[in-house]
Design a protein around this ligand. Sequence first.
Ligand SMILES: Nc1nc2c(ncn2[C@@H]2O[C@H](COP(=O)(O)OP(=O)(O)OP(=O)(O)O)[C@@H](O)[C@H]2O)c(=O)[nH]1
Length: 321
Amino acid sequence: MAFFQKIKEAFIKNEDKDKYLSGLDRSKKSFGDRLRALSNNFHGINDELLEEIMVILLESDVGIHTAQKIVDAFESNAKDLKNYDSMEDYLISILYDFYDEEQDAPINYNEDGPTVILMVGVNGSGKTTTSAKLIRHYLQQQKSVAVVAADTFRAGAIDQIDTWANRLGVPCIKGKPNQDPSSVIVDGCRYAKEHNVDILICDTAGRLQNKTNLMNELSKMRRVVSKEIEGGPHEVWLVLDATTGQNGISQAKIFLEATDVSGIVLTKMDGTAKGGVVLAIRDLLHLPVRFLGLGEKPEDLKSFDINAFLMGITKGMDADE
Ligand SMILES: Nc1nc2c(ncn2[C@@H]2O[C@H](COP(=O)(O)OP(=O)(O)OP(=O)(O)O)[C@@H](O)[C@H]2O)c(=O)[nH]1
C-alpha cells in the first residue's frame, strides 16, 4: 500500500479533519501545490529535482538546517523512483518519519489532583486566546477546568481571560494589575485543590526583556506550583506564533534556556503559508507539538496529529480526487 494511503486512513478517522484542511490551506498552496507542479516536468531523481524540493521546503519555512536533513534522507533511497507519484509518496513518508511521533510521551495528567498547565510565550503569540481555547477543549472532555490570570503585566490581559472564562462558564482566579504573578498562581492552585478542579490553566506574562528576569519569574512560578500541588506544573507549554516562522524558533530557544518546556502550541497556522515550521520545531527544539491554532474561534484549537498535518499541507482538499 502506498504510504499516503496509511496517512489518509488515519486522517479520515480524525474528527477535526475539516478544520485541518481549511486551517492549513495556505501552507498547502506553498507546499503541496508546488510539489505537485513538479509532476509536469518529472524526469526522475536528479539534482534539479532535489534543488526544487529544497526550495519548496525552504519557502514553507522548514529552515535550511532541517530542509537539508530532509533532502539528504530523501535522496539516499529515492534514486530508483521512476514516476512523480512514487516520488511524492516517498517524500511524504520521509516527512512522517522525520516528525517521529513515537518519541513523544503522552501529556502528563495528574491522577491524584489538579493538573497544572503553565502557558508561556511572548506577548501577542496567542497565549491568552490559546488558554481560552484550552478551557473549551477540556470542558469538551468532561473535565472541570479553572484558569489563572497570571499575566498581571499587560493591561487588559486579566479582563481578556476573565471574559473568556465567564463566557465558557469556568472560574477565573485573578489578581490585581502588577501583582506578583506567582502569588496569583498560588491562589489558583489552592482554589483548584479545594474545588476538585481537574485542569488548571495558568496564563502567564510573556515579558522577554531579559533572560535573567524571565528565568527568575518562571522558576518562581514553578516553585510555588510544586509546593502547592505534587508533581506540578505537570505541563509547560510554549505558545509560538507560526506566522513568525524561523524567528519564533529563536524566541523559543530563549524560553528553553530559561525553563523546562514540555510542549509547543503553534498558533495562527491558518494565517500563514509557513506550515513547515512544525518540522523545524521538531528538529531544532526536540519538543512535541501538542496543539495547533487553526483559527480565531475557541473551537479552532486542535490536538496535533501528524497524519492530519501532512494531509493538510500536501494534498488538502484534493485528497478525495
Ligand atoms: N487566525 C488566528 N488568530 C489567532 C490564533 N490564535 C490567536 N490569534 C489571534 O492573535 C491575537 C493575539 O492573541 P492573544 O491571545 O491576545 O495573545 P497573547 O499572547 O495572549 O498576548 P498577551 O496577552 O499580550 O501575552 C488575537 O487577535 C487572537 O485572536 C489562531 O490560531 N488563528
